[in-house]
Design a protein around this ligand. Structure first.
Ligand code: GLU
Length: 278
C-alpha cells in the first residue's frame, strides 16, 4: 500500500505572502487532496534576523482567507511537531552531528565577501548561490587553532550527476561542482541553513511530496545529497512555474501590489484570483 500522501506548505515570515506563493501553495493543496492525503503547515521562522512576528500572524490569516486548510501546523499541533522551525533546533543539531560524524561537512571561515571576490557564477538559471571556490575544503584545523567563528559546509561529490524525476518539470539533472558547489548547512552565526533545516523537517514530518517553486530545483539536487548522507529516503518533488508580474519580473515579497493583503483590501476574492489557474 502507498503511504498516505503528506504534503506541506512552508512559508517564511519575512514579508507578506503574495499571489505567487498562493499559486504554488494551491498546487500543493490540490495535490494533497487528489492524493487523499493531508497538508502540513510549517512556519519557517529560522532566521530571526529576517523574520518579523507580525508576519507570522498575517501569514496564517492570509492563508485561511485564501482557502487553505491544513491538518497539522503551528496553530493546531499534530504528531510530528513542533511546526515552527525556531523550536526545532534539536532536530537540526542531530542532523548536523550525523553529517559531521560521516565527514560529509567541513568548517568554513570564508565570508560572503571572500566568496564574491573569488567566485564563478553558477551555471543554472534561477539559482542565486555562487559556486564555492573550495578555499576551506582541504584545510586542516587542529583542536587548538579552531577558528572562533565558522560555518559548516557540505562537500559535494565533484562531477557526479544528481538526477531526479520531477512531478511537474520532468527529468532533472544537475552536476555537482558545476551547477552547484559545496553549500552551507550551518551558518557562522549558529543558525541552521535552509537546506539542512528543510531536509531534517521534511523527513521528520514524514512528508511524501514536496511542492514548491521552480527556483528551488537546484536546491533539490543539494537536498538529495543530504538525504543520502543522512541515510534517509527523499520524498517526491513537484516544482511549480514561478509567477511573474505584467513586465515579466518574478514576484517577490517586495511586490506589495500583489500581496494577498492588498488584494483582499481592494475587494478581490480568492475565487476570482484563482479563476485563471489551470
Ligand atoms: N521557506 C522556504 C521559502 O519560502 C521554503 C522552501 C521550500 O518549500 O522548501 O522559500
Amino acid at each position: 500500500m502507498n503511504p498516505t500522501y503528506r504534503g506541506r506548505l512552508a512559508p517564511s515570515p519575512t514579508g507578506h505572502l503574495h499571489l505567487g506563493h498562493a499559486r504554488t501553495f494551491w498546487a500543493a493543496q490540490e495535490r494533497a487532496r487528489a492524493g487523499g492525503g493531508i497538508l502540513v503547515l510549517r512556519n519557517e521562522d529560522l532566521d530571526s534576523t529576517r523574520f518579523k512576528m507580525e508576519f507570522v500572524d498575517a501569514m496564517l490569516e492570509d492563508l485561511r482567507w485564501f482557502g487553505f486548510e491544513w491538518s497539522e501546523g503551528p496553530d493546531c499541533g499534530g504528531p510530528w511537531g513542533p511546526y515552527q522551525q525556531s523550536e526545532r533546533y534539536s532536530f537540526y543539531r542531530a542532523a548536523l552531528e550525523k553529517l559531521r560524524a560521516g565527514h560529509f561537512i567541513y568548517p568554513c571561515t570564508c565570508s560572503r565577501r571572500d566568496i564574491q571576490a573569488a567566485v564563478t557564477a553558477p551555471h543554472v538559471e534561477n539559482d542565486a548561490e555562487p559556486l564555492y571556490p573550495g578555499t576551506c575544503r582541504d584545510r586542516q584545523f587542529s583542536e587548538t587553532q579552531a577558528p572562533a567563528r565558522f560555518a559548516w559546509r557540505f562537500r559535494v561529490p565533484e562531477g557526479e550527476v544528481i538526477s531526479f524525476t520531477d512531478g511537474h518539470c520532468g527529468e532533472q539533472a544537475f552536476v555537482a561542482g558545476k551547477d552547484f558547489g559545496d553549500f552551507i548547512v550551518w551558518r557562522g552565526d549558529d543558525v541552521p541553513a535552509y537546506q539542512l533545516a528543510c531536509v531534517a523537517d521534511d523527513a521528520a514530518m514524514r512528508i511524501t511530496e514536496v511542492v514548491r517553486g521552480a527556483d528551488l530545483l537546484v536546491s533539490t539536487a543539494r537536498q538529495i545529497l543530504l538525504y543520502r548522507a543522512l541515510g534517509w529516503t527523499p520524498p517526491q518533488f513537484y516544482h511549480c512555474a514561478l509567477m511573474a508580474d505584467d513586465r515579466g519580473v518574478r514576484l517577490a515579497k517586495r511586490h506589495d501590489a500583489l500581496s494577498l493583503r492588498t488584494l483582499r483590501e481592494r475587494g478581490e476574492t480568492p475565487e476570482a484570483l484563482r479563476q485563471n489557474w489551470a
